[in-house]
Design a protein. Structure first.
Length: 179
């Protein structure tokens, strides 16, 4: 009995310590526990992501966040010898509301729309619109516009893999736009 109580106290202490680490845990019951947090400099947007494999790109600046997942392999080498990211996320603030932005989005000619345009809601209750399409045989794009006080917060995922997957869904759900 004493051993069970000690184990319970130890596990409680570990949980409290993990919640104290920046970017770990959250107030929403732990759904996003362990994810890293990026906050925009103007303090209006929070983006949650798993690090690793997602890493900051050197193109991250101001309200523009650029994350990449690098993979190695002959199938991912670019003609100039560089490594093509398997996943890339670029965010930005854009003018107009989500419905206007999604309607104005130019899907490349010949691309196949896989989902959308359709409504999307984050765990924080932020609403917007999204579309997922395939260009060629292996270039996937997922564009999400969430309502923002200055227009829309855009998330543009690019990948050599299908973007209709749980990790990307969780990243979209983990975005929080503050009023």
């Amino acid at each position: 009995m004493i051993q069970v109580i000690r184990r319970g106290l130890f596990l409680s202490a570990v949980a409290v310590a993990l919640l104290a680490i920046p970017g770990c845990g959250d107030e929403a019951g732990g759904r996003f526990a362990g994810l890293r947090i990026w906050e925009s400099p103007d303090d209006t947007v929070i983006v949650r992501f798993r690090d690793p494999p997602w890493e900051f790109s050197d193109q991250t600046a101001g309200n523009r966040l650029v994350l990449e997942v690098q993979r190695t392999g002959a199938d991912l080498a670019s003609p100039d010898g560089g490594i093509v990211p398997t996943y890339r996320l670029v965010t930005d603030l854009v003018a107009d509301d989500p419905a206007t932005n999604i309607a104005a989005l130019e899907v490349p000619e010949g691309a196949t729309i896989l989902e959308g345009p359709e409504p999307v809601t984050t765990a924080a209750g932020n609403e917007g619109r999204q579309i997922i399409f395939l260009e060629g045989t292996h270039t996937y794009t997922r564009v999400v516009y969430l309502a923002h006080p200055k227009g829309s917060f855009e998330l543009r995922f690019l990948s050599t893999q299908d973007l209709r997957e749980a990790e990307v869904d969780e990243m979209v759900a983990g975005v929080e736009v503050k009023p």
